[in-house]
Write a protein that binds this ligand. Structure first.
Ligand SMILES: Cc1ncc(COP(=O)(O)O)c(C=O)c1O
Length: 446
């Protein structure tokens, strides 16, 4: 296949005629329940570019929601997948196992935070990993309650929906939800700071507020697990105040509560560390991973302390496709790519490049309430001029205009007022700078 030129190029309106034709077929064939951000139908993708069926080349600042962190069709992944698919495609690990599943578990045990003995189990999606982490925690502690946080997103299956905070579009009309799920206040420095400056900077204070809810409204004696994204994804790339996560971990350890880090979005070099927990020096009991794990193939995992992971009875965990051999081959190639190509350092460079541009934009535009995030996971919180009131309308207009100009960006946040940037780590500085410049000009025009 000819290499994909790394330049933005628009040869038709966005979406172009072929995309529009395909989109007509979509509406009569695909459930209306599946939303589409930008109905541009993809022909090829790689580096920092997505090329559509009309020949338009768009700058990718979304990575398919933080999945293609090592780039689309990354060479090692392509080779590994080709080789594996020609050997065998499936046997079911629970029936006749294979080496690559074991190797992925070994790699996850090696690269996740925590030095003690660990075990892993593989699934297909982030939500499935989350559901199983709760099963494992309940099995280990013999307790039932689970606490999640404000602004949390953990997926779309029944328990994951219950753990997720936002009603529309994730939960509305889909209940009843799994019982014994409770919600604690998150540390959200930007919005906390509007009410109380100390709460914004003192993570231990923010943790004390959350721990009071865990203690008084649920009770440690009933609480099996606390699940948290160390940097919240769909909630708006909220980085908790320093000290918040360590204080929660401490409380969990003292109270026999399993601390689960959901690193589905923040994992695998995305934040400038292999896992976001490393920025706070915490060691979760269990860690859920997916998205960036396998270069775009569907795979997820729960990894954690051996005594917790080994608590469920034999055959209590599993699934037909979990740890599919093709996805496992891709995961091994992805981890090798991150480590051999210096992608953690690349995420740190991207952080500097993006935040430098965004902070300069913020200095001249009071609609940019906050710039935050780590690595190649950076967000801008947009507010109504001169206030801290969320501006979802401006956010949607900006994302739509960016798409039309050939730059793919995603929005998120409880109030829908956050533009999030998740470029693949293979994007060039030139493309990234160009994408940011497009956003700057569009925002100035709106
Ligand atoms: C933090 C987090 N957890 C869980 C999920 C669910 O993952 P999946 O969509 O693979 O089920 C997501 C997806 O966006 C996520 O960001």
């Amino acid at each position: 296949m000819a290499s994909l030129e790394q330049t933005r190029q628009l040869v038709t309106e966005i979406p172009g005629p072929k995309s529009l034709e395909l989109d007509k077929r979509r509406t009569s064939a695909v459930s209306a329940g599946v939303g589409v951000t930008l109905p541009v139908y993809v022909a090829r993708a790689g580096g920092g570019i997505v090329e559509d069926v009309d020949g338009n080349r768009l700058i990718d600042l979304g990575s398919g929601i933080a999945v293609t962190t090592i780039g689309n069709s990354a060479p090692r992944v392509v080779d590994a997948v080709r080789e594996q698919v020609a050997e065998f495609t499936h046997t079911c690990f629970m029936v006749t196992p294979y080496q690559s599943y074991v190797a992925v578990a070994e790699e996850l045990n090696r690269i996740t935070p925590g030095s003690g003995e660990k075990r892993s189990v593989l699934f297909n999606s982030g939500a499935e990993a989350v559901e199983n982490s709760v099963k494992i925690a309940r099995s280990y502690t013999r307790k039932t309650a689970v606490a999640a946080f404000d602004h949390a997103y953990h997926g779309r299956t029944n328990m994951a929906m219950a753990l997720t905070a936002k009603s529309m579009p994730y939960k509305s009309g889909f209940g009843p939800f799994a019982p014994e799920i409770y919600r604690a206040p998150m540390s959200y420095p930007y919005r906390d700071g509007l009410l109380d400056k100390d709460l914004a900077t003192d993570g231990e204070l923010a943790a004390a507020r959350a721990i009071s809810v865990l203690d008084k409204q649920i009770g440690a004696a009933n609480l099996a697990a606390v699940i948290i994204e160390p940097i919240q994804g769909e909630g708006g790339f909220i980085v908790p105040a320093e000290g918040f996560l360590p204080a929660l971990v401490d409380w969990c350890r003292k109270n026999n509560v399993v601390f689960i880090a959901d690193e589905v979005q923040s994992g695998f070099a995305r934040t400038g560390a292999m896992f976001a927990c490393e920025h706070e020096g915490i060691e979760p009991d269990l860690i859920c991973t997916a998205k960036g794990i396998a270069g775009g193939l569907p795979l997820s995992a729960v990894t954690g302390r051996a005594e917790i992971m080994d608590a469920p009875h034999v055959s209590g965990l599993g699934g037909t496709f979990g740890g599919n051999p093709v996805a496992c081959a891709a995961a091994l190639a992805s981890i090798a790519t991150i480590e051999n190509d210096g992608l953690i350092e690349r995420a740190q460079q991207i952080e500097r490049l993006i935040t430098d541009v965004l902070l300069r934009m913020q200095a001249g535009d009071d609609r940019i309430g906050d710039v935050r995030g780590r690595g190649a996971m950076i967000a801008v919180e947009l507010v109504k001029s001169g206030t801290s009131e969320p501006d979802a309308e401006l956010t949607n207009k900006l994302a739509t205009a960016a798409g039309a100009a050939g730059v793919i960006v995603l929005t998120c946040g409880m109030y829908g007022n956050i533009v999030r940037l998740l470029p693949p780590l293979t994007i060039s500085d030139e493309l990234l700078t160009e994408g940011l410049e497009v956003l700057r000009l569009l925002l100035a025009d709106l």
